[in-house]
Write a protein that binds this ligand. Structure first.
Ligand SMILES: C[S@@+](CC[C@H](N)C(=O)[O-])C[C@H]1O[C@@H](n2cnc3c(N)ncnc32)[C@H](O)[C@@H]1O
Length: 288
């Protein structure tokens, strides 16, 4: 189970790495980007690797022993807290958003529609709310709203209604049960499973992804040195919109210069080798 780092060459180029610099990989995941950054650093360089998923950090910690790497279990919205005491600033921050293949493919984590595992979807398994809590206790209106806001789901009302009807007969426990409910609204499936958007919306809500991203971007700006680069890879329009607006406003306020106005997307070669990179968009800013 290996997560292939997305837009790897592009991120390394855009971070414009200084060999003695300090870099934050705010989303370590499978460690692919972390490794590549470390390989560009001298003995004096440092990478601070953050993830809200402790299992991911443990796995990377076991396979990547390097004294220039510090791994921290943290939400990236709090990354500036790491520097309160030392006052140090960093030369670059990478935020590669969303979930890793390692999380998606681990059936027990509850991200997959075919899984009989409990509806969980927490990136941080110490977090409080699970997808099951949302599906089984939130009001119809609230469920409808997240389906619409976080996934542009056209059948949001019908799916929310069906969920609420179904749970009157007993709890909706597994991923597969939920996927079947969505399927019953759509009746037939195309190339993409009809539950894809519902699962995306739930994942965003469970992990509070929109607010954490807004806070994470603000937090990154607090710790960047002048000329330090902020690289953000998003995977769906909800995330990308947040990043785009943040960069634009930070530029207007004179805090950041956008390096690319149009996001960088994967090459034809990468798309062929790693089709799950297809929706990736890289935006880059330089701290002023
Ligand atoms: C797409 S993966 C990163 C993959 C990584 N760049 C690699 O090369 O393997 C995203 C990772 O970010 C983590 N993550 C998502 N939101 C986070 C947040 N708010 N704070 C910290 N980590 C987060 C997830 O747990 C996941 O491991």
């Amino acid at each position: 189970m290996i997560h292939k780092p997305v837009l790897l060459d592009e991120v390394i180029e855009m971070l414009d790495i200084k060999k003695d610099g300090i870099y934050v990989d705010a989303t370590v995941g499978g460690g692919g980007h972390t490794r590549a950054i470390l390989s560009r650093l001298s003995d004096k360089g440092l990478v601070i690797g953050i993830d809200r998923d402790e299992e991911a950090l443990n796995r990377v910690g076991m396979s990547l022993k390097d004294r220039r790497l510090r791994l921290v279990h943290l939400n990236f919205s709090d990354m500036d807290r790491l520097f309160d005491v030392t006052g140090a600033k960093v030369d670059g921050v990478l935020m590669d958003l969303g979930v890793s293949m390692n999380q998606l493919k681990d059936e027990q984590r509850g991200f997959s529609f075919y899984s009989e595992a409990p509806l969980d979807m927490r990136m941080d398994r110490t977090a409080r709310i699970t997808a099951s809590d949302i599906v089984n206790t939130w009001s119809k209106e609230k469920i409808e709203r997240i389906l619409r806001d976080y996934a542009d789901e056209k059948r949001a009302r019908a799916i929310a209604t069906r969920i609420v009807q179904r749970r009157r007969k007993g709890r909706i426990n597994t991923c597969k049960e939920l996927a079947d409910i969505v399927m019953s609204v759509y009746k037939r499936r195309g190339r993409i499973h009809p539950a894809t958007r519902t699962f995306q919306a739930l994942r965003i809500a469970v992990n509070n992804e929109v607010e954490e991203l807004q806070e994470g971007l603000r937090s990154a700006m607090n710790i960047l040195n002048k000329k330090g680069r902020l690289c953000v890879i998003s995977y769906h329009s909800v995330e990308d919109r947040v990043v785009k607006i943040f960069f634009r406003e930070a530029e207007t306020q004179g805090l950041l210069k956008r390096i690319n106005k149009k996001p960088i997307t994967p090459s034809v070669r990468e798309l062929k080798e790693n089709p799950s990179s297809r929706s990736a968009k890289l935006r880059v800013g330089e701290r002023l």
